[in-house]
Ligand binder design. Sequence first.
Ligand SMILES: [Cu+2]
Length: 285
Amino acid sequence: MLSPKKRRGLTFAALSAVSMLMLSGCGSQIAVLHPEGPVAQKEFNLIVWSFVLMAFVGIVVFGLFAYMLIKYRASRPGIEKTYDPNIEGNTKLEVTWTVIPVLIVIALAIPTVQTTYALKDPPASAHDPIEVDVTSADWKWIFQYPAQHIETVNYLVIPAGVPVKFMLTSVGPMNTFWVPELGGMEFTMPGADLGLWLEADKPGVYLGRGANFSGKGFAHMQFNVYSKTQTQFNQWVSTVKSKYPALTMNEATYLVKHQGLSPIMTFSSYPAASVAQNQNTQMGM
Ligand SMILES: [Cu+2]
């Protein structure tokens, strides 16, 4: 028969083993660990660098912990002679454990600040960025392409290898626009326009979603981002222009005001007033 203490220890070990298995099993599905564009790649490098520093701290701390446990164990012969519990003031040690954390913070801060500023605007590359105006509503994502003058709901099509500048706002509660494989998230807020740029290296399908709880339909605020070659993207735009209906002002207002889910939708144009409506509608109107 095991003592309660031993049994608790075993339960803890078993639970730890199970959670380790489950966590490692998820590894291949964690999108932020699979960067598919330059923004995500830079952010991924930061994640790796932070992890290396954290692992270093963990290894040193637990290493010292084990060393102390063994060296100063009560059962060690002659321990009374070497152990002096009344030690006070050791300049060398105090300087060491102040300087090392300061160095770690500097080593984390410099690349973080550098990356943050580097990612503020798309690089002056060969490709001019395209713009997509994003509006989060209850509970759907509305995407307007001002240059192409087309609108989609709950899906995005972007050209690969071209920076996409998103202008983000909300007509419902605050939300967060997030396509983890392409880069970090940004808030959508009523009455505010926040910017974010992302780029996909190659054609593919990436999952995007709202990452800030916004009510009943929040869980369904997912959208696919289809990255296509520039030619395919241009073809898609022409198809949308020729084959899909124009968005009427009534429909635009319904999309914004109606609290409910929405299927995937495509419109060959949108009324100018819908832009103002998406940008100016405040919560609780
Ligand atoms: Cu998981």
